[in-house]
Design a protein around this ligand. Structure first.
Ligand SMILES: CC(C)(COP(=O)(O)OP(=O)(O)OC[C@H]1O[C@@H](n2cnc3c(N)ncnc32)[C@H](O)[C@@H]1OP(=O)(O)O)[C@@H](O)C(=O)NCCC(=O)NCCS
Length: 200
């Protein structure tokens, strides 16, 4: 993987003139945790989880508006096996649709603070992360999108970026006992919608 890495700096294309899309750095940690836990629920992100998620190979960007973090997008690169486990999918299904039995880009988590939605910030973050994954030589990207009631907040962005819908996984995050889902008010009973895209 490392030999395929190339440096990458996205061009900013948001509707908010003062917003920059920049590589994630540890100095953003507190603000990222605040945004993540505000929109997903208590215990979703803490220092250890953040460090584990962003400490390895991957594509990690933050949106910074007037020196404050306004959003983040994290795509760790994981083995097909780990990705399948996290998404409660049979490994064979993932490998069959992944172009390779190697590392895959997991579109793990993103959130944009409310005042900065519908500005293009989310699109710019997602595209920066995806472009880096392509530059890094990843062959497929997989994500589980939250379904809240009948609404999938990430649907528009996944479809815009030519991801395909794979299937629905009920109770996808239920095993995470630390996470108190903001929708369920306790252990998460939400459904995840699996999207994937071949990148190679
Ligand atoms: C998911 C999330 C990041 C999406 O943010 P978002 O891009 O602002 O997306 P939204 O779907 O709210 O807004 C998109 C709208 O902004 C519009 N838009 C995009 N770029 C724009 C721009 N530069 N100027 C004006 N409008 C723009 C889009 O056309 C779209 O319009 P529509 O609603 O009329 O179709 C955000 O809802 C969020 O942080 N949610 C909480 C966390 C979450 O659910 N994360 C995903 C878990 S899987």
């Amino acid at each position: 993987m490392t030999k395929n890495m190339v440096s990458f700096m996205p061009t900013l294309q948001t509707g908010t003139a003062n917003t920059a899309i920049v590589p994630y750095e540890a100095a953003f940690a507190e603000e990222v945790m605040l945004i993540a836990n505000k929109f997903f629920g208590e215990g979703y992100m803490d220092k250890n989880r953040l460090k584990a998620m962003t400490g390895g190979e991957g594509s990690f960007y933050a949106a910074v508006t007037n020196s404050q973090v306004s959003g983040y997008c994290f795509f760790p690169y994981v083995s097909a096996e780990v990705c399948a486990l996290r998404m409660k999918l049979p490994k064979e299904l993932l490998v069959k649709n992944s172009n390779a039995d190697g590392m895959v880009c997991q579109t793990k988590t993103m959130a944009v603070d409310e005042p900065f939605r519908k500005t293009g910030t989310a699109d710019a973050l997602f595209e920066a992360c995806l472009n880096k994954a392509v530059c890094d030589g990843l062959l497929s990207a997989w994500g589980s999108a939250w379904k809240i009631g009948g609404v999938i907040p990430m649907e528009r962005i996944f479809l815009k970026n030519e991801f395909r819908l794979q299937l629905e996984v009920p109770y996808i995050w239920y095993d995470d006992r630390q996470y108190k889902c903001i929708v369920c008010g306790g252990r998460c009973r939400c459904t995840g919608i699996i999207y994937y895209k071949l990148l190679g």
